[in-house]
Design a binder for this molecule. Structure first.
Ligand SMILES: O=C([C@H](O)CO)[C@H](O)[C@H](O)COP(=O)(O)O
Length: 207
């Protein structure tokens, strides 16, 4: 299973610092939505330039104009770009067209989708590379939140998936056992005193 580091920060400088600390232990470097909104797509270009060997993931969370938004992210250096699962099918199809033109991939983020397993099957048929079973930061803050619902959706969907929603060293094993291709971790890594050690801890937990 691959590990994706979600860098939810507001500056390119911070992202570059975190990326260099975590890079030896992760496979995918994600530019979080707040970072892209704050710094722009030049942040994607900077991270790809610093880490050409890593898969660079632009968390655009696009809801409309799929082809246009995916195209500008790929041109900036992204290898994978997210479209929201709540978007119209035509938005996803447009984004997939852009991905094919660049020989890159579209990931459909299922944040806010009630029946994630059913929508996962639909969007993979539309050409998504994989889906992200995702509970966002606001959902995670609610009382009683757990990863279990995401893992169950992944198990039943029968399509390639990642899991994002507060993954940490104590839960990454369950993500692997559920059959995920990728575990996404943001806060667990970037909130640690030592970003590199936190990323290493995740890798060791699934070794
Ligand atoms: O996508 C995310 C969120 O919507 C804010 O942009 C996070 O990057 C994703 O949830 C992973 O971060 P953690 O939940 O902190 O592990």
């Amino acid at each position: 299973m691959k590990i994706q580091f979600a860098m939810d920060t507001l500056t390119t400088e911070q992202a570059l610092e975190w990326a260099s600390q975590a890079a030896p232990h992760v496979d995918i470097l994600e530019l979080g939505t707040p970072l892209i909104k704050s710094a722009g797509l030049s942040a994607v270009t900077a991270v790809k330039k610093a880490h050409p060997d890593k898969t660079v993931f632009a968390d655009m969370k696009t809801m409309d104009a799929g082809e246009l938004e995916a195209d500008i992210a790929f041109k900036a250096g992204a290898d994978l770009v997210t479209i929201l699962g709540t978007a119209d099918d035509s938005t996803i199809v447009g984004a997939v067209q852009a991905a094919r033109a660049h020989s890159k991939g579209i990931v459909v983020d299922l944040i806010g989708v009630r029946d994630k397993a059913a929508r996962a099957r639909e969007v993979v048929k539309l050409g998504a590379e994989f889906v992200e079973m995702h509970a966002g930061l606001d959902e995670q803050a609610q009382e009683g939140y757990s990863l279990d619902g995401l893992l169950e959706a992944g198990r039943t969907a029968q399509v390639p998936f990642s899991v994002a929603g507060g993954v940490k060293d104590s839960s990454i094993g369950a993500v692997k056992d559920a059959g995920a291709q990728i575990a996404v971790a943001g806060g667990f890594i970037y909130s640690a005193n030592d970003v590199g050690s936190a990323a290493k801890k995740l890798r060791e937990a699934i070794a």
